[in-house]
Ligand binder design. Structure first.
Ligand SMILES: [Zn+2]
Length: 271
């Protein structure tokens, strides 16, 4: 293994989707959580786990590796799941943790060449190569759409069976081969709710590292149809006005950003 960079870096240490955080007590006695930082790994990597150099969009380099078992909470350490880590660390660190997790997930799921079965070799931070057939493997990104559907003064909110919690969110689904993003929006909305939509416009996008996605947000208008839920995916869904909104997603998601945008627009129209 090559020599590690001696400059101090952040260390993103995972057991499955659990991220290791350092606990420190401030002078006031409050507990502060942070991503471990230093020149050496805070723990020993698990057998067969590689220490990865992960390059963030800012060009900053951090390290990431897997461990073999959960670290029980002590005075110094805690492990929290990646989604939950948002509540503990800064937004930048949460985003970096997401990328680190995607790299580790890719590493674990690309140990053998999918073409000929030979063990792969890592060539760069984001490329592995098969030494036998030269097939190259990059971290996969699954693209999904998420759509806010407007009908007059209302928006469509649904409860998906895979939502963790009781909140209501937006219709979402994975892009299929050969589809444009707009076609994906139309198909997913039709499949899941039986509705036809129009005026599909881009809103924004967000890496969604659960485990390796990109969420692309769209705004659309209701065109036609009666709500007919796809029962194995959605357990509830209806149009809601601003005055009778159910519980909505937490701040970190693009769904919430889109709903907040819609709510603000209503405010602006009023004033
Ligand atoms: Zn191969």
């Amino acid at each position: 293994m090559k020599e590690l960079d001696q400059n101090p870096t952040q260390w993103f240490v995972f057991f499955k989707d659990q991220l290791l955080l350092k606990k420190e007590r401030t002078e006031k006695g409050e507990i502060k959580y942070s991503v471990p930082y230093g020149t050496k790994p805070p723990l020993k990597p698990g057998t067969g786990s590689t220490i990865h150099e992960v390059f963030l969009p800012t060009d900053e380099m951090v390290h990431a590796f897997d461990i073999e078992q959960l670290v029980e909470e002590t005075e110094d350490w805690i492990m929290v799941n990646l989604r939950g880590s948002y509540e503990y660390i800064t937004l930048d660190d949460y985003k970096a943790a997401g990328k680190a997790y995607q790299i580790l997930y890719w590493d674990q799921h690309s140990r053998f060449c999918p073409v000929c079965g030979t063990p792969t070799e890592q060539q760069t931070a984001i490329m592995k190569k098969c030494p036998s057939c030269a097939y190259e493997i990059y971290p996969p990104i699954s693209t999904a759409i998420i759509v806010l559907i407007r009908r007059g003064e209302e928006l469509l909110l649904v409860h998906a069976r895979n939502f963790r919690g009781t909140f209501y969110g937006l219709v979402a689904g994975f892009l299929e081969p050969g589809e444009t993003l707009e076609q994906c929006v139309e198909r997913e909305v039709m499949e899941e709710t039986g509705l036809k939509v129009k005026n599909i416009t881009y809103f924004g996008n967000q890496p969604w590292p659960y485990p390796s996605g990109l969420m692309v947000g769209f705004i659309a208008d209701y065109e036609d149809g009666e709500i007919k839920l796809q029962k194995d995916e959605l357990s509830a869904g209806a149009f809601y006005s601003k005055e009778n909104l159910p519980e909505i997603p937490r701040k970190l998601s693009i769904a919430r950003k889109m709903i907040d945008w819609w709510l603000n627009q209503k405010e602006e129209l009023k004033s």
